[in-house]
Design a protein around this ligand. Sequence first.
Ligand SMILES: [Zn+2]
Length: 447
Amino acid sequence: MSRYQSVIEPFALAHVRVVAGDESGTVRNNMTVLVNAAGRIEQVAPSTETSIPEEYHYLDGTGKTVMPGLINAHTHLFAQGKPLNPKLATPQGQRLVARFVHSALGKPYMASTVAQNAKTLLESGVTTIRTLGDVGYEVVDLRERIAAGETAGPRILASGPLMAIPEGHGAPLIALTSSTPEEARACALRNIEHGANAIKIAATGGVTDAQKIGEAGSPQMSVEQMRAICEVAHENGIIVGAHAQSAEGVRRALEAGVDTIEHGSVLDDELIALFRHNPNSLRGYSALVPTLSAGLPLTMIDQKVTGITDIQLENSKTVVEGMVTGARQAHEAGLMVGVGTDTGMTFVPQYATWRELVLLTRFAGFTPAQAVHAATQVNAQVLGVDDVTGSLEVGKAADLLVLNTNPLQDLHALEHPALVVAAGRPVFRPSVERFQQIDQMLDRVYE
Ligand SMILES: [Zn+2]
């Protein structure tokens, strides 16, 4: 079998240990998985009861573990995840970068950057992603090319630019801005007309571009604007994620009807009830996607090393504390908690989705089985793709992650996949370009 194939060749993955990705951590030994020419799972059964059709490639999986491919519900593909230059996070800096990426030179640069980063995600075991804030519609284009089998990559839900207020979080680099519900609606419609199948709102300020202490979580967009965005998205069957880094920001976004709260904050009973039953959301509930990977490094690594400003550090401390507490509370309350890392942000490499699972066990009370469950089946449900992916069920896309050891015993098993299969297309000997300094630093602080 060639390294990347546009035509899917059926294969059997024989004698593997299957980790189902359910909450209780079901493991079945000596199983064989059949993948058909449509790239779908045809059968998952004990090897002794499986007859492999002659025309199927045979992959011996003895000693290996297979689980559903990971899903990362919060990514950005415009950067690799090395530290962002704090100067570029200022409004002036962002305007400069924005001018470049929308220029004749910048567009092809962006197209190849997002393709490369998506490939890195894939080779790290991630077979579905949602982007939440793109420069333009370059990820929409990439999504189509991947779906057509023209290039390797994960299944993508692409947001296009996020929805913000003028000078708000993400503006102007990765945002369309609006000041009224009518304008907000027009912005959301523009994204949808350009093919976006996810919508992102900046409900509050953020850490990276905050210019004063307290700005990170302070509410920005009005409930009415957010409501207008949710309405137009939901009319089109599209879920809305909102960046919200304070309790008040979370409350307003939930009231407006957003389907996922990104990052999050300290919760109270009222907020927990609103997550569980949210009449304005698309499916009647909202989920939390904490991104521990994005916040913790800024507070745990020495400021001299991170190079962040005093303002960024102070804002980080507040929002990270809230985010970690909120994640734990949501998990304890049995809310839907998805897994996202905010790839592309400072210290969040595209290949490090596995770290978020480790962090959820360390800081938010998850068992390894629950973390695997959240990153597969729960994420699929939260993103509304559970009819095609998230578990190893017959008929679903063959999104497989093959590992050398059992991740339920040690989640570090996820760090170096043996084989990744996306929609039936295998990536043999997956490898990514790692940033050794960042990896060592993170290994050290998370030890
Ligand atoms: Zn983000």
